[in-house]
Design a protein around this ligand. Structure first.
Ligand SMILES: Nc1ncnc2c1ncn2[C@@H]1O[C@H](COP(=O)(O)OP(=O)(O)O)[C@@H](O)[C@H]1O
Ligand SMILES: [Mg+2]
Length: 304
């Protein structure tokens, strides 16, 4: 197999090829129980269980025994999509990786990013939320430079860096505008540029494009692709989405969860798309995979 990440995926127990998209195999496997990767993974969840205690004293298990390994492939980014019915623990997993309470720390189990234990929030794991989170009183330039300012970078240097990121997310010419002067899609671009400017190892996105119209959403998907194709960036993107088509198009790994309590039931490893969305989405394996995941989500018969 030409794609290094798929060679690694094929080494997992039970891994098998279910078809091809853009000429590259799609590898299906069951949830792993341990790390088989030869290198330190980009992200590893080891038997993560989260039990919340409600104010009435009752306990609810948000996720149970979740083990996930995102293998590191040299000089390549990843887009890992987490799919599952509402309430299955997607946000719990994302926030455990972000190090954000009350989801973090897990009740039992461990979260490691590039081999390091996640003990709390860090700028090396940037969050991008659905709601626009820019500072309304700061220009695009100052919003994107914000994290660099916090780090003590001097003005000229941080502005030069911020301008570079503003260009990469397609906002050149907008640097002196304020967030309210931008469209929803442009505001999401600001949030992404601000996160990227801090050179994170991971970008965590919880339904980031849910509030955007379909055309803008497509543009943002292409932006994500350009980010993880860029060898200078090499970032792992963890994306929670409700759109199965979006997940199958964008992802190099799809994680399917089942509800109550959340567990991973299946994984698919894919090559990044090399054709346009229009060409990719009509291919038989793409159509079949979308249909399979959607029917599993609808029927909730996700116990394969
Ligand atoms: N802060 C919390 N306190 C108590 N229960 C919570 C809390 N956050 C989430 N849960 C519960 O954990 C489960 C998983 O929630 P969540 O991770 O938000 O699911 P998803 O993002 O997949 O919709 C749900 O049953 C939810 O009610
Ligand atoms: Mg959620």
């Amino acid at each position: 197999m030409s794609e290094p990440r798929l060679d690694v995926a094929m080494q997992r127990p039970g891994a098998h090829v279910v078809g091809e998209i853009d000429g590259n195999p799609v590898v299906e496997s069951a949830a792993p129980t341990e790390n088989h990767a030869p290198r330190t993974p980009a992200l590893e969840l080891r038997h993560v269980t989260k039990i919340f205690t409600l104010p009435n004293g009752k306990q609810t298990t948000a996720v149970r025994d979740v083990t996930l390994v995102v293998e590191d492939v040299a000089e390549r980014g990843e887009v890992v999509s987490v799919l599952g019915p509402s309430g299955c623990g997607k946000s719990t997993i994302l926030n455990c990786v972000a190090g954000l309470a009350p989801h973090h720390p897990p009740t039992t189990g461990e979260v490691l990013v590039r081999g390091e234990h996640v003990g709390g929030p860090s700028a090396s794991r940037g969050m991008v939320f659905q709601a626009y989170t820019s500072f309304p009183h700061l220009t695009v330039l100052d919003n994107v430079a914000f994290g660099l300012r916090v780090r003590g970078m001097e003005r000229d240097e941080r502005h030069a860096k911020a301008l570079d990121w503003i260009g990469r997310v397609g906002l050149k010419g907008h640097e002196h505008k304020y967030p309210h002067q931008l469209s929803g899609g442009q505001q999401q671009r600001v949030a992404i540029a601000r996160t990227l400017a801090c050179r994170p190892q991971m970008i965590l996105m919880d339904e980031p494009f849910g509030a955007l119209d379909p055309a803008t959403r497509r543009e943002m998907q292409e932006l994500l692709l350009s980010i993880y194709r860029d060898p200078a960036i090499e970032v792992t993107i963890l994306l929670v989405t409700h759109s199965v088509v979006e997940a199958v198009y964008l992802s190099t790994k799809i994680v399917l969860m089942k509800p109550n309590p959340g567990e991973i039931v299946k994984l698919w490893d894919l090559a990044p798309p090399s054709h346009s969305f229009e060409e990719t989405r009509t291919q038989p394996t793409f159509v079949k995979l979308v249909a399979e995941i959607e029917s599993r989500l609808r029927g909730r018969d996700v116990d394969a």
